[in-house]
Design a protein around this ligand. Sequence first.
Ligand code: CTP
Ligand code: MG
Length: 228
Amino acid sequence: MKYQVVIPAAGQGKRMKAGKNKQLIELDSIPIIIHTLKVFEQDPKCNGIYLVINPKEKDEFIDLLDKYNIQKVQKMVEGGKERQHSVYNGLKAIESGEIVLIHDGARPFIQQKIIHQLVERATISGACVIAVPVKDTIKRVNESEVVDTVDRSSLWAVQTPQAFRLSIVLKAHEAAEREGFIGTDDASLVERMGHKVSVIEGEYTNIKITTPEDLMFAKVILHSERGG
Ligand code: CTP
Ligand code: MG
């Protein structure tokens, strides 16, 4: 099954404290966003990319797409205030199609084989996310005091991409916008519509580059992938 992908890349990267959009930071002399885009550019099952950007950075993105020969970008869409608004703008730009993926521009290490598993499952269930089991013990804390220790056995850390039937995720975003609901991921909007979301196990290396130390981890991941 072929798919299209919305890539939100319109954030400010405040937690990275780099003074610019973190996705323009280079890893091995290539901007993070290009590492991410290349995964989809090189995947024969990807039919089109909808890249959501800050209009102030449009010229910079156009130059990068040209320089790195990224050809699958169908549209560059203007981002919104929150990530959810950016994603919704991206989804509305898609004219037709069955399966759509939503993938953060700041996650450059997603692997093609996981994308394909995700798409297969979403084709059947209508909504699927990738996640990894939580490794740390999680406690609920209030004002520097432990409230309780959460049972870890059923806790999973959810990543992107998340895959959906286009009609389902569009309806979920429409409803969230109408009702003023902001979720922390796209699947949560689908869940609140009463739709089941399936889960497949991903990889711990699919990190979202968020804070300065993530750049250090990213270099290690990049080189370990190259090495083997
Ligand atoms: N994003 C977006 N539009 C926004 C906010 C975020 O398209 N209004 C994108 C980011 O560019 C990123 C992804 O959503 O690829 C995940 O968001 P996050 O990691 O939080 O990135 P930023 O919002 O840029 O970082 P921060 O929260 O530290 O400012
Ligand atoms: Mg953010």
